[in-house]
Design a protein around this ligand. Structure first.
Ligand code: NAP
Length: 222
């Protein structure tokens, strides 16, 4: 053991193993865990790894770089709010697609353009990179068109968060930590629930309209 010492504040993602809300769990030292960002509370830090790691993994794999026109479909959710911020950090021009109540949120997070999926079938223009952060294989005219290359520039990339087996590594989390500590990546928290309200928290999340993240607070010992 070399990366951590007893008492260190750490955060991370256990992948699809999850943790059934246990207070303690064992993880490999080499997994996607890191020292928590020094400037964030535990609640705030907990809002970074899930959306941040998936967004960074899929955007990096799709070749995100400065100057690109990037569209984030589902920019108001956990993965979408992280993807939007990461694309802006990379220097992309970002169009964010979300529902009508979240247009102000995505603009506040840096979107250059925001489009309401209930009003427009598809935002106008062509994109070098489209990230579908809605997932669950739900089809819409826009998703079908993207998958067929429609709104993409020649050579443009379409990435979906539904792709299997993302490699969520400690190196990716280290990058997110650095951005959080530099104030470039902001945790987006919709609601907090105490553990006793876990069923209500699940009911809310399962509506699939959370703004960023929902946090479960677990009392510390003693
Ligand atoms: N590959 C993997 O290992 C992996 C792991 C975890 C999750 N996922 C996938 O990632 C997806 C997103 O996760 P998340 O936690 O970020 O979800 P989330 O926080 O619930 O966000 C859902 C997003 O979808 C938008 N949305 C909901 N209904 C829509 C519709 N009818 N048309 C267009 N957009 C719609 C929401 O917009 P508004 O709220 O503004 O309407 C919001 O931006 C999951 O559904 C899952 O498929 C994949």
């Amino acid at each position: 053991m070399t990366r951590f010492r007893p008492g260190d504040r750490v955060y991370g993602l256990t992948g699809m193993r999850s943790g059934t809300y246990a207070q303690y769990m064992c993880v490999k030292e080499t997994s996607a865990i890191a020292a928590s960002p020094a400037n964030l509370s535990d609640d705030e830090a907990a809002a970074i790894p899930y959306g941040g790691l998936l967004a960074l993994y899929f955007l990096t794999r799709a070749g995100l770089r400065s100057g690109q026109r990037v569209l984030i479909y589902g920019a108001s959710g956990a993965i979408g709010t992280a993807a939007l911020q990461i694309a802006k950090i990379a220097g992309a021009h970002v169009t964010a697609v979300c529902g009508p109540t979240n247009l102000d949120l995505v603009k506040a997070l840096g979107a250059d353009e925001a489009s309401d999926y209930t009003r427009e079938d598809a935002p106008r223009g062509q994109f070098d990179l489209v990230l579908d952060a809605v997932g669950r294989r739900k089809t819409s005219a826009f998703k079908v068109a993207c998958a067929a290359g429609g709104p993409l520039t020649p050579g443009g990339k379409y990435a979906s968060v539904d792709d299997r087996y993302p490699r969520l590594t400690a190196a990716l989390l280290a990058q997110l930590t650095a951005w959080a500590e530099a104030g470039k990546l902001t945790p987006v928290i919709d609601r907090r629930y105490v553990l006793a309200q876990i069923a209500a928290a699940h009911r809310y999340v399962e509506q699939r309209h959370k703004k960023g993240n929902v946090i479960i607070t677990i009392p510390h010992d003693g």
